[in-house]
Design a protein around this ligand. Sequence first.
Ligand code: GRG
Length: 315
Amino acid sequence: MIYGVNLYNFNVNIESFLSKRARIIDRELKKFINNIDFGQPKLIEAMLYSINAGGKRIRPVLATAAYEIFKPDFRRILPAACSLEMIHTYSLIHDDLPAMDDDNFRRGIPTNHKVYGEGLAVLAGDALLTNAFNVLAMNSKVKGIKPGNVLKAVEILSAKAGAGGMAGGQAADLEAEGYPLEKRFSSAGKLLNYIHLHKTADLIQAGVQIGAVLADAPEKDCRILSNAGRMMGLAFQIVDDVLDVTADKKKLGKSGSDARNKKLTYVSMYGIEKSLKKAEELLDRTRKELSLLKRPASKVKVIEEIAGYICRRDR
Ligand code: GRG
């Protein structure tokens, strides 16, 4: 039994696994942010406001689960796991700004800029992004983790969060508002996949990649996990598009602004039913990819279950 979850007879209660692991990550996140040497308490307060608002912690949990396929003691990669969540939270703060999606609620509470003003919200996001790499670097001092692998993790995270990754996907998403087709894409479907793969899937994929790399996993296994991460990341955003329209807004913790912002989404392009079918297809492909791993089935099963949760979640 690991944290009350019996992983060995495949009876994984994934929601309980996720919430227990999320609590461990929450505690570390608070420690890291409170330990930042700072002279601006208001900025730290704004950072902690969005971090403490909760969230499912899918990206850091995925990193720890990928690590555990190869090595015990996931706590050794908690700095890296927290760095993923810090980058994710920064992206949400910026995404909610009036210059982007202009949302009033996130994670069930008023958005960062509604409480702290736009200037401080931009800075809280900037600081979370920058400090994330400081926290990730700390992982090189953890016993059993090779500093060279931390450097590889820095390479992965910076690429997946940057212009060729999440920020690039967000830029394409902004340009596609109102659905104009960018010239470099031959169809709206291709543009839509570009947006989703980069805006969302890249950071999810980075989570599983970083977990595997820090566990010093063989190249071939890293590649399999990377492929699986990309597919479950795409499924994640497709389900997010559906939830934006169908979910109970209270449970979702945000108001659902895609239609108001005339966003190019799976729902606006294919409708709800086809979108859900596509997410199911991606889940199947994720499972097939994971089955290529010649590793303890009980450990691989956890990632598979997280992918399943991604597709059937209601928030
Ligand atoms: C560089 C100015 C500037 C802004 C960048 C990169 C960026 C803004 C935004 C990223 C795009 C983004 C927010 C994509 C949406 C991804 C997504 C589905 C978020 C919701 O993730 P969950 O459901 O949220 O994991 P919780 O609250 O559970 O963590």
